[in-house]
Design a protein around this ligand. Structure first.
Ligand code: NAP
Length: 483
């Protein structure tokens, strides 16, 4: 995705939905829609491709098209070519088998090495995945080991719009045939399904439609992870006040954490039974103990996974170690929760993911990779008939949360505004009733997003369906007009 450029002189909040539509969560609850688009004309056959090592199916498919393939052992040796393909293809039958860290830390090394080598040459690394995104239908089950790559590269694109592209294939012959035209189109994010090009577009999510209601009620016993954090506390209180939840397990890193004990006391005053539990979410055995009900105690019936750590930094400063750490706290822990609760009859499994994984965001590759994993996990669960909702939140304007004042400021400058707790919780309720596996609750400042783009083609692709192209004369006026 293109970087969301800041509009010089535009006021934060000007033209946002907040002023005119504060009571309407629909416009801020978005979902990713993969739209078919006509395939571009294929470039002439007899091409020469530069491909990084591995990815035998890709190399074989390109050769079957009658093209020549130069295989390079690493990014350094491929530098100098304007377009290089970097395949990350799971072995046949390997979908979903690996852990949450999967391919992302290794891919980070590659992206950094590509950036270092390409300098300012304008060369592009096309990261080719197979089945890493749910680009076809809701029943698409993304490969869990490769899904984080999409978050990682989306964040990389936000920092270096011309250096990368993402292309997801399905392995069909028709898609291999369509690949040369897709690469030549220069579109930064595409999926090929049965030869059809699909591009991700955010659209308003239809509201209502969850067959079983919100999944939370007086009969629920809810495990809230990251309960000592800013959003965990807000959500726990909301579940008691607005959903009538009467039993909660509040999990934090330490049961002695004053934020947890205070929260539990508050919830008891509201009439709920709340117990606190210390558990490092990356410790699978400790989590298994937490989920095993004590004799006579009710089993967990719903999970809200808010635990996660922030480890932001521009791509060139991140390390595989840092990335693995961030993925462990947020994504690997979600995988443990998923696996360890399969025999419980859950009514809700809510994951706090991040809009960074969908929109990309400079400096947030770790968060984006973890978010993309959570979104894929939600699809994975749904396909197995298990409850799942991954919420790819935009930043919350909530003191103490992962989005600090600097992040909120940066984000507002790129057209994504902070969610007030009231609005965020209203969006949570709307999302719980929407019946979708993945939703993107985010407050976009559409005027600011439009303002710098005299050329509609500069609107980032993923936002293009929301920010419908205006006639050129209207673009200047758009910066002043609430949308
Ligand atoms: N706030 C936002 O604007 C925003 C936007 C998008 C997504 N999100 C996501 O929503 C979730 C909640 O956000 P937040 O703002 O409430 O974050 P937060 O205040 O930092 O809370 C996260 C909590 O997770 C806990 N945690 C981290 N690693 C853990 C581990 N290994 N084991 C157990 N607990 C662990 C932290 O414990 P300690 O306090 O002990 O470190 C913290 O209490 C996060 O996953 C975040 O990525 C937040």
């Amino acid at each position: 995705m293109d970087r969301l450029p800041a509009a010089p002189g535009a006021r934060p909040g000007a033209g946002s939905w907040s002023g005119t539509r504060a009571g309407d969560p629909g416009r801020a609850l978005l979902q990713l829609d993969w739209r078919s688009r006509p395939a571009a004309a294929a470039p002439p056959a007899g091409r020469t491709w530069n491909v990084l090592g591995g990815g035998a199916p890709l190399v074989a498919a390109l050769r079957a098209l009658g093209d020549t393939v130069a295989v390079h052992p690493d990014a350094a040796s491929a530098v100098g070519h304007p377009t290089v393909l970097a395949p990350f293809l799971p072995p046949p039958g390997g979908a979903g088998a690996a852990g949450a860290s999967g391919a992302a830390p290794g891919a980070l090394v590659l992206l950094k090495s590509w950036l270092a080598g390409r300098g300012r040459t304008g060369a592009r690394l096309v990261v080719v995945t197979r089945g890493a995104v749910a680009a076809d239908t809701d029943e698409d089950v993304p490969d869990l080991a490769h899904a984080p790559l999409w978050g990682l590269v989306r964040a990389a694109l936000a920092e270096h719009p011309d250096a990368f592209a993402l292309l997801d294939v399905d392995g069909t012959e028709a898609s291999w045939k369509a690949l040369p035209a897709a690469v030549a189109s220069g579109e930064p994010q595409q999926a090929l399904r049965e030869g059809v090009v699909r591009v991700p577009r955010l659209v308003a999510a239809p509201l209502g439609g969850a067959p079983g209601g919100s999944g939370f009620g007086p009969g629920s016993t809810v495990l809230v992870t990251g309960a000592a954090g800013a959003l965990g506390g807000l959500v726990a209180r909301h579940l008691v006040r607005a959903h009538g939840v009467r039993r909660l397990v509040l999990a934090g890193r330490s049961a002695a954490d004053a934020r947890l004990t205070t929260l539990a006391a508050d919830l008891r005053r509201l009439g709920a039974r709340a117990v606190v539990a210390g558990c490092d979410m990356t410790d699978r055995a400790a989590l298994a103990d937490l989920l095993a009900p004590a004799p006579g105690a009710p089993a967990i019936t719903a999970v809200v996974h808010c635990a996660g750590t922030v480890d932001d930094g521009v791509l060139t400063r991140l390390t595989p170690h840092r990335m693995a750490g961030a993925l462990a706290a947020k994504a690997e822990s979600a995988r443990h929760l998923h696996e360890l609760t399969q025999d419980l009859d859950l009514t809700a499994f809510v994951l706090f993911s991040s809009a960074a994984g969908v929109l990309g965001a400079p400096g947030r590759a770790n968060h984006a990779a973890a978010g993309a994993f959570l979104d894929a996990l939600a699809h994975h669960r749904r396909a197995r008939g298990l409850p799942a909702l991954s919420l790819a939140w935009g930043p919350w304007a909530q003191r103490g949360g992962t989005a600090g004042p600097l992040e909120l400021h940066r984000s507002a400058r790129s057209g994504v505004l902070g969610l007030t707790p009231r609005r965020g919780l209203a969006l949570l309720d709307a999302a719980l009733g929407a019946g979708r596996p993945v939703l993107v609750p985010v407050r976009l400042d559409t005027a600011r997003l439009r303002a710098p783009a005299a050329d509609p083609a500069r609107v980032p692709g993923v936002l293009r369906a929301l920010l419908r192209p205006l006639p050129p004369a209207a673009w200047a006026a758009a910066s002043e007009t609430p949308v």
